[in-house]
Ligand binder design. Sequence first.
Ligand code: AMP
Length: 106
Amino acid sequence: MFCRIARGELPADVVHRADGLLAIRDIAPKAPVHVLCFPERHLATFREISLLDPAEAKRLLDFVAETAERVGLDDYRVIVNVGPEAGQTVFHLHWHVLGGRTLPFP
Ligand code: AMP
């Protein structure tokens, strides 16, 4: 599904796009600010992270931090759900960035 968003075939509220990476607002936000960061390239889960070369992996982490700043977050939480038991429902690697209020843990 996120491949289709990246190709422009499905609508999304895009907040940041650069270097083959995309950040969109979550359609069902769990915090006042909730965005999803993902590579346009399809990787199903974080388990496949080693398929990225070191520069790509570093760029992705930088992109997550840049996106948080871009949407006005100073304090925030970054989450990757890995597999259904951890809550993963979309099998295209993505980072959740949540903030805008005090976040209880977990
Ligand atoms: P996860 O459960 O970790 O796989 O996260 C998937 C997230 O994608 C959930 O928070 C959903 O609300 C969100 N989501 C699903 N479909 C869309 C969509 N078309 N646009 C934006 N967010 C979506």
